[in-house]
Design a protein. Sequence first.
Length: 241
Amino acid sequence: MSVEILETADADTPAGAPAIVEAGNPLGVEPADTAMPPMRPDLQLIADMIPPRCRVLDIGCDQGDLLAALWRSKAVDGRGMELSMAGVRACVRRGLSVVQGDADTDLMTYPDAAFDYAVLSQTLQAMRDPKEVLCQLVRIGRRAIVSFPNFGHWRVRWALMSTGRMPVTRHLQYSWYDTPNIHFCTIRDMDTLCADLGIVVERRIVLFGNGVARDLPLGWRANWLGRDAIFLLRHARGSGA
């Protein structure tokens, strides 16, 4: 099955971004999945936060699980950006509109408020410039949803204190020399950065190791016990509507 990367974008794709088209499967057709596999817990929570029939950009969309689920359940106009060509091909095979791109460099090509929601799931800690990426998210989307692992979790703290080595846990399984996570962040760190950038945290969902997820204010419980977090963000100058 052939894949073409076209240099000219369609009307809904920002200028300069390559359009990805699969031969025999034009964009906009129904995703080909006959049965949706279970999604990661954070992706399911993100899907629940997004209202029907809105415009969504999923950055670092991998194989398109979130976009496919949103298309099926909420009829969203979903677009994706993925760094790996294998991920792009997997998305295109599912009938999803995805371009190959690097969030560190390519988000600036999108116009302001081009989407209702810009999503970045479990990827911010791997960005070369997470501060700039966060600014781009709230510029591109009227709201942004960001999920990330909490490096302030008690297991991470205990592993570092008890072994004197960079933590390796069931949830963070990479060693220090091969981890894609290059900017370690806690829930408190994210709150501080958002405040410094003039970004409003509208919701903060904390995922615990037992699978429970709760909206929690910033405090010791969230930062110590939260394995992952999902933040719903908007720029302070943006509308609260």
